[in-house]
Ligand binder design. Structure first.
Ligand SMILES: *Cc1c(COP(=O)(O)O)cnc(C)c1O
Length: 230
């Protein structure tokens, strides 16, 4: 592994190559740097290299890092990508910019109620269980349309439904990687055909970035390839 700065350059090169290969504009893919388990100093180094959006999995760990980096707060965008329990929604509503892991209406309702009025709306994605594994969080695909309609109807000045997120079952085979990613894209297209206006497909990690960009990811969540092994 190189430095955080050179790793970021390499990840951006991979995104650009994958976008080129499928005739997409590399600018249409946002890079979310997943800093979970890494110290605030590493986030600071990534920020110094130009990175602005960071993803965290664990609420307590994230709150400590956000506090430690308060001097950079106006320039940083904090995304919660890990599971969210309903008793932890308040600090999340108060400290984050995005939540990717909404998988039931109760969580979205609480975030809407608890989002402070002086902040911009919290940006939400619905996490979908695309691989059908019991162990994974995420709503079942058959429950998605009703959930999406209900979340989209929450007060727009507090929460804004932006799109879908998935963590597919890992696979080494690029063709097998693409199946669940394509499924998530199809679900987003179906919701938009029904009248929603979702613009975010949060999919792709260090090992399936290329497959995700090929299937239309607008935001890739990259940890290991930037910060190293956890
Ligand atoms: C840890 C994590 C990532 C980053 O995974 P890497 O394989 O390290 O790139 C992305 N998304 C979620 C939800 C994660 O928990």
């Amino acid at each position: 592994m190189g430095s955080i700065s050179s790793n970021l350059q390499e990840v951006k090169r991979r995104i650009a190559a994958a976008a080129n290969a499928t005739g997409r504009d590399a600018e249409s893919v946002t890079l979310l740097a997943v800093s979970k388990t890494f110290p605030a100093a590493d986030v600071r180094a990534a920020h110094a290299a130009g990175q602005r959006a960071f993803g965290e999995n664990y609420v307590q760990e994230a709150l400590a890092k956000i506090a430690e980096l308060v001097d950079l707060r106006p320039e940083l965008e904090w995304h919660l990508i890990g599971p969210l329990q309903s008793n932890k929604t308040r600090p999340v509503a108060e400290a984050f910019d995005w939540v990717h892991s909404v998988d039931r209406l109760k969580i979205a309702q609480r975030l809407a109620e608890q989002r402070p009025a002086w902040l911009p709306p919290l940006q939400l994605c619905l996490q979908v269980n695309v691989s059908g594994e019991d162990s994974k969080s995420g709503c079942a695909p058959e429950d998605l349309p009703a959930l999406a309609r209900a979340v989209a109807a929450l007060p727009a000045e507090r929460v804004r439904l932006r799109g879908l997120m998935a963590i597919p079952e890992p696979s080494e085979d690029p063709a097998a990687q693409r199946l669940p990613l394509a499924r998530l894209r199809t679900m987003l297209e179906a919701l938009n055909a029904e009248g929603l206006a979702l613009d975010t497909l949060s999919m792709g990690m260090s090992a399936d970035l290329e497959a995700a960009v090929a299937e239309g990811a607008t935001l890739v969540r990259i940890g290991t390839a930037i910060f190293g092994r956890r």
